[in-house]
Design a protein around this ligand. Sequence first.
Ligand SMILES: [Ca+2]
Length: 96
Amino acid sequence: MAGLYLYDDSWFEGERRVYTYTNESIGFSDRASALENNDWSAWVVYDDRNFQDRRYCIRGWETVNVLGAPQWKFNDKISSVKRLNSRSCAGYPTFY
Ligand SMILES: [Ca+2]
């Protein structure tokens, strides 16, 4: 299924949730430890609900195997997700 895949554990292990559209408050808050973008569109993930606080953009087909890596420090943080409907990250900070 196309969408943004969030995993409870690093390296795409543990419980998985798939998001196919923008969610201002996900039911998987403060749990994601890895990301897989199985979508052509870029997505933005936010530390807080309602698209607040720290954020990173992941482009289509990119993956992040350890969100807690020192360059991001984003383990168990994500609380809202936004689909950009664009290949581009449009000026948002990116993982890579
Ligand atoms: Ca986790």
